[in-house]
Ligand binder design. Sequence first.
Ligand SMILES: [Zn+2]
Length: 331
Amino acid sequence: MVIATGTCKLKFGTMNFTIAIDLGGTIIKIGLLREGRLVDRKELIAQSASGLKSQLPELKETIDQMLQLNLLQKKDVLGIGFSFAGLVDSLKNRILSTNKKYDDGPENDLVGWAKDKWNWPLLALNDARMALLGEWQYGAGKSCSDLVMITLGTGIGMATLIGGGLLIGKHFQAGNLGGHFTVNHRGTVCTCGNVGCVEAEASTWRLPLLLKEHPHFSESSIANEEVLDFRALFYHAGNNDRVAKEVLDHCLSVWAAGIITMIHAYDPELIILSGGIMKSSGIILPTLQEKVNQLAWTPWGKVKLVEARFPDSAALYGADYLVRSSIKSVE
Ligand SMILES: [Zn+2]
């Protein structure tokens, strides 16, 4: 099922600000936007292990301060766009399922919270889908109608746009779980319960074990690093450390396999890559592009891989677009 995101006309008077909340595992980003421009932003340290309910008072206080500092009133804001790193019912605007962060998420009535505190509507979406909306409308995917966006980080996030509408599915999972495509049926057990998922074979959470499992790890220069992350991996691979190079090759091959499956499944015109690991995009992008060019079955031509334009704030822009395109302004 493809859900179009709507194109209703808005009244552009004073009431055209939106609030964007991007609830990440370590940082909560709050944005004040106006017609696709980020006017103000704040960041809070996330206490994701303590749940969502306990964070709501601080969110409310931060939003109220933001309004006050920008000389705005409640009536100047159209609504809240809420991004969440888990499965989200975007029809009822409720969190459906979490993965070790904000585990009380499904118990919270976010729509009721926004109505009670400000009398605003609230629209919730999975964070990868929200970021895709932002890149589609204002960033790397502008003027495209068919996109896949992938976030390479602690886990692997994904969202899909087909024919100008977000791919959602019967249970809000379609086009969203590329990080859990199986690339190795004899592989590592994933946090999702499956075996050999893309993120179970190559992601930030998997990397330390990947390195330690290498038979020559103890002799390698990367073994001296306190933190075994992708920054260290790219650094040592660049210095010709054999273990780092082999593990990096493995990760790139895993990501390429995932991307090729995404291309075969969703037929995008463009793939947008984002996430913390993309700080080394100079190596990742050309390597993945070459593998995709060689291996993907696309008789019409080649799918281009590009870097996200707003790696840090795409979900905030997406939230602004979602609210503005979904809410009709009342005269
Ligand atoms: Zn998985």
